[in-house]
Design a protein around this ligand. Sequence first.
Ligand code: CP3
Length: 346
Amino acid sequence: MSAELFLKACFNQPTEYTPVWFMRQAGRYLPEYRAIRSKLSLLEICRRPEVACEVTLQPVERLGVDAAILFADILLPFEPMGLGLSFRRGEGPVIERPIRKAEDVRRLRDLDPKSDLGYVMETIRLVRHRLGERTPLIGFAGAPFTLASYAVEGGSTRSFVQTKTLMYSDPETWHALMDKLAVAVGRYLACQIEAGAQALQLFDSWAGALSPDDYRRYALPYTAKALALARKANRNAPIIHFGTGTSSLLELMAEAGGEVIGIDWRIPLDQARSRLPGKAIQGNLDPCALLGSVEELESQVLAVLRRAGGQPGHIFNLGHGVLPQTDPDRLRRVVDLVHERSAARV
Ligand code: CP3
């Protein structure tokens, strides 16, 4: 395995087999992660580069995936920006000082990723040192819209009521917030490239909450700005642009940027691909397929490969993150199956 293979697939070039990795491949489903997590909080792990490096490497060793993803969280920039961040058991993230009005946006600090998130850069350097040229390291950030939803709601949401209330009632404040987030995200991604990340993923996990018109008006310009800033720092690192529930947004997401578009399981891979000429596609096994029978899992993996059709530019992944109740051996089986079947094709 070499870093080349994954990077080639991102640029739509033919590879000997289909590369595979999993969103949230480091985390609670792994006993070796839980052992560390029983002693340290999520934020403590992120802030200790040796530990974050160890956790980043755990799935690479156990699963044989073709890429590592930095162990961090999309919400880490919130603390230095002055929003206040904690994670409560069973509740997910809690933002202590959410954004509701113009004054809240004005008091946001500009992010200086090199010093504010120096521990992330140190983790990247450590991981790169350990992996060498064997396996590429993916850096990442949240997209402005997804970050704004946490900043405005004060945590996770299903309805996006506060977020859309701000967007529709005070667009000026919304645009000011999104602009600040775009600059922060762009700088943060650029800094990760400088530290050694070989690819980037932008998580716009909740973009699918927007209609195409709203995405175009309220989100796209800021994603485009963030990706243009990240792009300035490098020409060689591919960018994966991911969202869920984005069937109606794919062309707009592609317009915003990225060599690779990440999709969830709600849209057949071949349909997404035919709408995205020139782009590579990442996805799109339903994470719940890992919880059923082995036969069902294998048939769903093969169905994804069939829809990818042996064309260059497919990175196998789930349609969203690995669920905590997943058996690691099932993921290993998926990696092996994807490698075997895609290699047999050529
Ligand atoms: O292996 C990896 O993918 C790398 C690490 C990673 C984490 N978060 C660590 C984490 C990545 C890539 C993320 C991204 C992230 N974080 C996203 C985008 C991806 C997605 O799922 O859509 C989002 C929305 C967040 C925000 C976040 N972090 C939430 C909503 C939660 C709580 C819910 C949950 O899944 O537990 C987190 C916590 C979190 N981030 C955990 C991990 C391993 C679990 C917490 C723990 O260990 O206690």
